[in-house]
Design a protein around this ligand. Structure first.
Ligand SMILES: [Cu+2]
Length: 372
């Protein structure tokens, strides 16, 4: 087999050499004596086609922009969103001018300087002035764009204001879980991924007292209009990405690496509904990292409303600890002993069932023992 391949190689090599030799001969035959006598079939037609292409191409580019208009991002509902938008359109207009100028020259020159009998190209070896201009002008423009972009970026990525509403959002296959600091202390408690279980899907650390009144909502996020929101982002399984198009928020959710993004929603949902004349309008939080089969369904409603409405909504939410203890009273054993009495405040129904035990011993540890 090896010999066969070897022989085949030698034969193919021979054929290749023969073809190359033949080609040399043919090439010699087609070289005209005088360049001016070179036959140029359809020269005028080819020249005109450059102009046709230029016109059709320009129409095509404009039409494709125009038809894609509906897919552009909606108007921003956050100050930093408007800032990035104006930056984007400023960059885009400069690029568009350059695009049309370069393409016009490319196609127009090809037509204008098409082959003509007796034409001779000028040899133009160097022109320092010209080179300086076409190097310096784009360099200055690029520097300005980079500077403006960097300035906007540092503003967006700066630390969130101290009075921000802090909300945790965790991506999982396939959905978002949102945790709030609760109604009592309004402070997010700690978490630890090692504590994630069927009871405690976010791995909330109940050895931190601040965690106890935290509540979770897997279908909605409510925020106050005009007040900064700090999203603390994490992922439970694979990469996800928090995307709120109207707010111009996009940040990856990475397992094991918490990320964050802050923004100010300055248009309420009601305001948007009135503006768009669409009573069903809702801000959407989506996942923009293809994370698996159910990726398309990772959607969460964002409701921007006034402080009173957010407070009312918060009062209606049940602390996660209550829900966990309600479905699994034994969970109390996982809470450090000294905090069990406090934890039991979140589970009045469990207490009712074991009221006598609590009354007798006065100890939450005993309660948990009797529950086991
Ligand atoms: Cu996803």
């Amino acid at each position: 087999m090896v010999y066969l391949v070897g022989i085949l190689l030698v034969v193919l090599l021979g054929v290749a050499i023969a073809i190359a030799a033949k080609l040399q001969k043919v090439m010699k035959g087609v070289q005209p004596e005088n360049q001016d006598d070179m036959p140029v079939p359809n020269n005028k037609v080819n020249g005109a086609l450059w102009i046709v292409f230029l016109i059709l191409g320009t129409i095509g580019v404009v039409a494709s922009y125009w038809s894609a208009k509906d897919y552009f991002l909606p108007e921003a509902s956050s100050p930093h969103g408007r800032e990035t938008d104006s930056q984007f359109w400023f960059d885009m207009s400069l690029l568009t001018i350059a695009f049309f100028a370069v393409n016009f020259l490319l196609f127009f020159f090809s037509w204008r300087y098409q082959y003509k009998k007796g034409y001779k190209a000028t040899f133009y070896p160097e022109n320092h002035k010209l080179e300086l201009i076409w190097t310096a002008v784009p360099a200055v423009i690029m520097a300005v764009l980079v500077f403006l972009g960097f300035r906007t970026w540092t503003q967006i990525m700066a630390d969130a204001p101290a009075d921000s509403q802090v909300i945790e959002i965790m991506g999982k296959q396939f959905g978002w879980i949102v945790r709030y600091g609760g109604v009592q202390d309004n402070k997010l408690g700690n978490y630890n991924y090692k504590l994630i279980s069927s009871d405690n899907e976010m791995g909330i650390d109940y050895s931190d007292e601040a965690s106890m009144d935290d509540f979770i909502n897997p279908s909605e996020m409510h925020v106050e209009v005009g007040k900064p929101v700090l999203l603390k982002i994490r992922a439970r399984d694979v990469l996800h990405s928090v995307y709120i198009p109207h707010m111009r928020v996009k940040m990856d959710a990475v397992p094991g690496m918490p990320t964050k993004f802050w923004f100010i929603p300055d248009k309420s949902t009601a305001q948007m509904r009135a503006e768009l004349n669409n009573p069903n309008f809702d801000y959407e939080i989506a996942c923009t990292e293809v994370c698996g089969r159910g990726h398309f369904a990772m959607k969460l409603r964002l409701i921007v409303e006034d402080k009173a409405a957010v407070d009312t909504w918060k009062q209606q939410q049940k602390p996660q600890l209550s829900l966990i203890l309600e479905s699994n009273p034994k969970f109390i054993s996982k809470i450090p002993e000294k905090l069990r009495a406090k934890a039991m405040d979140y589970a009045p129904y469990v207490e009712e069932a074991t009221d006598s035990t609590t009354a007798e011993s006065g100890s939450a540890a005993a309660t948990s023992a009797s529950l086991r």
